[in-house]
Every structure is written in structure tokens, then in C-alpha cells.
Design a binder for this molecule. Structure first.
Ligand SMILES: [Fe+2]
Length: 278
């Protein structure tokens, strides 16, 4: 495999006792050892801090997140596990989300700028472009978590391009590329990569098992073999570093599939017209 100085895993549930990820300190440490085996040098912990039960349980959950994250950090240091940790959150989309974003560590590294937001897998919410636009006007920069897993989202090309033009970052899961969420999700993840629409990569690890564990090395290998045009240094190190520091990340709008589809539709129409005249 290609050597990288740093590999940041930008999406995982390694903090124990707060969501559907790790259920014990012991398992969190095992997961981090697995991350090291996968070549990861820095883990950005993104527990589900904002779920459907928020805001009712948000303060209590945040207390647990911080407490358990600090314990994990201490154990990692004592055991000399060669991995760095940062804390952020994965936030369930909610139209009125803005009023909760200043709570501790809702943003990545608590920088009050980058916020990682997920949609329900059944399909994108109707108002996401407007909500993201308002968040950006208020100084936040959304990161869309695993868009390849959201049913029907890729068909909303116009909206996706609008998001990219607003500087929204897209994070995909290595498991999606490896086919762990089915062939359709895998095909869509490949489309995002072909378009150059990926800015961050993460395992979205919940446990130790192959499909829901850390799988960065396999994911990187897959991208190296199938998408040579992708700047992996940027995705694995430059972008995550900038996001953690709250610095600007340049988002380019690739048009590969978009134009190819348009071209496909246009040539179909021309063919039809031509056939009518012959
Ligand atoms: Fe997640």
C-alpha cells in the first residue's frame, strides 16, 4: 500500500457509552488498536450527540462524551498507543439545529465552525439546502456525513452542486466503497469519487467486526486502485487538519458524472430528432 505520513479517520463511534458505538472502555481501546493496524494516526471521534431525544438529553450526553473521551485519551497515553484523538460530533439533521450548535463539542474540535451533519438513510429532508445556507450565513461550515448512504440523494444533482458551491464538505465511509452497505451504495460512493466530490474519509466504525470496524487501509487501497485522480494526501491529512483547526478548505465542484449524464440525455434527444428526419 502507498505510504502516507498521516492518516486521519474522520468518522467513528469509538467513544464508549454514548451511542450505538463502543459499549465499554475496553472495546474502545481494542477499536483504537484496530485503527492503528489500519494505518490510522489520528482519530476524529464523532459520537451521535444530537439524536431524536435531543435537546432533552443533550447536556447529560455531552457530559458523558467528554468524561469518557478524556478517560480514553489518558489510557491511550499510558498504554503508549501511537494514535492522536480529537473530539467532535455527528449531528442528526433537524431544521432548528442552529440553536444547539454552540454546545460543547457539537462542532469538530469545538471550533464552532465545522459541524458534521447526517440525514436519515430513508432519504434527504426537503429543506436541507436552505438550512445549510442559513448555517453558513451564521458562520458554520457543514460537513455532510456519508451522503452515499442516503437513499435518493445522488439523484438531486442540482442540490448537491449547490451545497458544494456553498463550501459544504462531503465525507464518505470506507465501508461504502468496500461494498459493506450493498452494491448500490458502493456504486454511488464510486460516483462521488469520480466526481471528485469527496473531502474527508472515515470508517464510521461502531464495533470491532469487519463490516462496522476501522477499515481505512482497505478503503485507501480501493481508492488507489480505482480512482487514481483522487488526491489522497488532501483527503487523509490536509483537509482534516484544516477542519480541526477551523481553517478554510477549498471545495471544488467536479462535474464528471453530471455532465456525462447531461451529455447522455442530449445525445439521446438529438438521436431521436435525427431518426425522425431520416
Ligand atoms: Fe456515524
Amino acid at each position: 500500500m502507498r505510504e502516507f505520513k498521516k492518516i486521519y479517520d474522520f468518522h467513528n463511534h469509538v467513544v464508549n457509552g454514548v451511542d450505538d458505538g463502543s459499549d465499554s472502555l475496553e472495546n474502545s481501546i481494542k477499536m483504537l488498536r484496530q485503527a492503528v493496524e489500519q494505518g490510522v494516526t489520528h482519530v476524529v471521534c464523532t459520537p451521535h450527540q444530537f439524536e431524536t431525544d435531543a435537546p432533552l438529553n443533550l447536556p447529560k450526553r455531552q457530559e458523558t462524551v467528554l468524561q469518557n473521551f478524556n478517560i480514553i485519551k489518558k489510557v491511550v497515553k499510558n498504554l503508549e498507543i501511537p494514535i492522536e484523538l480529537s473530539l467532535g460530533s455527528e449531528i442528526m439533521f433537524f431544521a432548528d439545529i442552529k440553536k444547539y450548535l454552540d454546545a460543547p463539542y457539537m462542532s469538530i474540535n469545538d471550533n464552532k465552525k465545522y459541524v458534521m451533519i447526517e440525514f436519515r438513510l430513508i432519504g434527504p429532508p426537503v429543506d436541507y439546502v436552505d438550512v445549510f445556507y442559513k448555517l453558513i450565513s451564521d458562520g458554520y461550515q457543514p460537513i455532510l456525513a456519508h451522503p452515499e448512504r442516503i437513499n435518493g440523494l445522488y439523484r438531486e444533482q442540482g442540490n448537491l452542486i449547490r451545497l458544494l458551491k456553498m463550501g459544504v464538505l462531503f465525507q464518505i465511509n470506507t465501508g461504502s466503497l468496500l461494498g459493506y452497505f450493498g452494491k448500490q451504495v458502493q456504486a454511488i460512493a464510486n460516483k462521488y469519487l469520480r466526481n471528485n466530490w469527496i473531502h474527508l474519509l472515515g470508517s464510521d466504525a461502531h464495533t470491532l467486526n469487519i463490516k462496522r470496524g476501522f477499515s481505512m487501509q482497505k478503503g485507501i487501497k480501493y481508492i488507489t486502485n480505482h480512482h487514481q485522480h483522487v488526491n489522497l494526501e488532501k483527503i487523509l491529512e490536509e483537509n482534516p487538519k484544516a477542519v480541526i483547526a477551523g481553517e478554510h478548505v477549498e471545495v471544488e465542484v467536479g462535474y464528471y458524472e453530471y455532465h456525462r449524464n447531461k451529455k447522455g440525455i442530449l445525445s439521446k434527444i438529438f438521436r431521436k430528432i435525427k431518426n425522425n428526419f431520416i
